[in-house]
Design a protein around this ligand. Structure first.
Ligand code: HEC
Length: 104
């Protein structure tokens, strides 16, 4: 049930973010990361239902692999695929943002 509510919330917000500019609208994307990803990974991305998304925990990913996880999700888990909602460009931006938040 909690999962359903989280999913509904995240779809509503993600649609808002996606329509807020289409491509790399960094403010909307940052918001999406903290609100939508944060609904499962924690508002400060320290982990919740999903694992810690701070750079230290993502060291084993490069931008491409991380963008791939974001776009395709992790089948068989609660990690949803984001490709219906965001562009490849947005996923790349998010991957870079997660790996190096201080540069954004
Ligand atoms: C509905 C809940 C939910 C939402 C929303 C969600 N995730 Fe996840 N995510 C998970 C779960 C659960 C896992 C762990 C899956 C597993 O067991 O491997 C995960 C795993 C991940 C991983 C792999 C972490 C690792 O240590 O290998 C990354 C990266 C990730 N999510 C990024 C994101 C990003 C970026 C967003 C927002 C665009 C997002 N997630 C939104 C639930 C969610």
């Amino acid at each position: 049930m909690v999962r359903l509510v989280a999913a509904a919330l995240f779809f509503a917000n993600a649609l808002q973010a996606a329509s807020a500019g289409g491509t790399a609208d960094t403010k909307a994307l940052k918001n999406l990361v903290h609100q939508d990803c944060g609904s499962c990974h924690g508002l400060t991305l320290k982990g919740g239902l999903g694992p810690d998304l701070r750079p230290k925990n993502l060291e084993h990913y490069d931008v491409e692999a991380l963008a791939d996880v974001i776009l395709n999700g992790i089948p068989g888990t609660a990690m949803p695929p984001w490709h219906p909602l965001i562009s490849v460009e947005s996923a790349n931006w998010i991957a870079q943002y997660l790996l190096k938040p201080e540069t954004r």
